[in-house]
Design a binder for this molecule. Structure first.
Ligand code: NAP
Ligand code: ZN
Length: 350
């Protein structure tokens, strides 16, 4: 049974998105077939569509914040049944033999298969993402999604949620922690919500004074305008953890003095050499660290979804029609989204 599926693809770098029909693989015995209801629009989709990272292949069907319902299961599937509300994030397979896989950190597996634009070594086929009607995924990479939260608001948890949850948990954030988030977009707004729900004192660094009221509603105790030297000076030696979600090259140096001794700034947004160069002196003299972090493992993703279910946490979303995806990408470039676009897949054939 090969599945013919309609999706929306980038035909080439910087070309408008357009409908495109393709085949999903024949479901394997451990596969779950999912009818997709909503898919979030991550800034990584925009980077990939534009080939910002130089490794895109086309046609590309983006989308790794997928929420849907199970429509079929293979004979060996034990965790899911037809009708279950499920999610799929940025990964669809890994080797299950390496140290990261054994530690539940499949995102660091050298053979991790990304949800789109990647070749699946099991069959040599390119993966296609969630801007489509259906997806076929091994049950090991399918998540149980909370039924109590609007599914459109759950979709962004599969990337924006876990990408901020993972460093918050890795660096043991809880009551008494002082956390700052840089940039109020999709990742940033989830970072505020999750850090607050974990009991931390939370600050937003933003370039955008107009986002202050929203930031406070989303969980920020304090908003610091990062271009205001006086406001930056007022928070020197404050934060145990800073999660920097800025997508483009930017000066990280002004944030380092705001870390406490032993504090860590985690880069999750920008990929590439930093400009201007990082001054190591403030790091050396106060044992401060600059780190990176990639999404999060499947166990942690399930933990985060369960936590969000218990605490009633979903993303703040702007639900869009599939046909409006290019306009959404344009707004994302201007940091103009409140705070995640989510595509309603019911509009795919409209
Ligand atoms: P987004 O919704 O576009 O938000 C990014 C925010 O960063 C903007 O709202 C803006 O906030 C700030 N910003 C944008 N351009 C800036 C600039 N030139 N200088 C300073 N601040 C700027 O993006 P997103 O979906 O949250 O994704 C953020 C980044 O994380 C992307 O690069 C994405 O590829 C990456 N990502 C990484 C992972 C991972 O696993 N590491 C996972 C998902 C996404 P203000 O207006 O408040 O300044
Ligand atoms: Zn993403």
């Amino acid at each position: 049974m090969t599945l013919n599926v309609l999706g929306w693809a980038a035909p080439a770098a910087k070309a408008p998105m357009a409908p495109w029909s393709f085949e999903r693989r024949d479901p394997r015995p451990d596969d779950v077939v999912i009818d997709i209801d909503y898919c979030g629009v991550c800034h990584s989709d925009l980077h990939n569509v534009q080939n910002d990272w130089g490794r895109s292949t086309y046609p590309m069907i983006p989308g790794h914040e997928i929420i849907g319902r199970v429509s079929a299961v293979g004979s060996q599937v034990t965790k899911f049944a037809v009708g279950d509300r499920v999610g799929v994030g940025c990964m669809v397979d890994s080797c299950f033999a390496c140290d990261p896989c054994e530690d539940g950190e499949e995102q660091y597996c050298p053979h991790c298969v990304y949800t789109y634009g990647h070749t699946d070594p099991k069959d040599g086929r390119v993966t296609y993402g969630g801007y489509s009607e259906k997806i076929v995924v091994t049950e090991r990479f399918v998540l149980k999604a909370p039924e109590t939260i609007d599914p459109a608001s759950v979709a962004p948890l599969l990337c924006a949620g876990i990408t901020t949850w993972s460093p918050l948990r890795h660096w043991n954030v809880g009551p008494g922690s002082k956390v700052a988030i840089v940039g109020l977009g999709g990742l940033g707004h989830m970072g505020l919500k999750l850090a607050k729900a974990l009991g931390a004192d939370v600050t937003l660094f933003s370039r955008s004074p107009g986002k202050e009221a929203d930031a406070r509603r989303l969980g920020a105790d304090r908003v610091v305008i990062s271009t205001d030297a006086g406001q930056m000076a007022a928070v020197v030696d404050t934060f145990d953890l800073i999660i920097d979600t800025v997508p483009y090259v930017h000066d990280v140096n002004p944030y380092i003095p705001t870390l406490t001794t032993d504090g860590t700034l985690v880069l999750v947004g920008y990929l590439g050499p930093l400009e201007p160069a990082l001054d190591t002196a403030p790091m050396v003299f106060r044992r401060k660290a600059v780190a990176g972090s990639l999404i999060g493992g499947i166990r942690d993703t399930q933990e985060m979804l369960d936590f969000c279910g218990e605490h009633g946490i979903g993303a703040d979303v702007e639900v869009i029609r599939m046909q409006d995806i290019d306009a959404a990408f344009e707004r994302l470039k201007k940091a103009d989204v409140k705070y995640r676009f989510v595509i309603d897949m019911a509009t795919l054939r409209a």
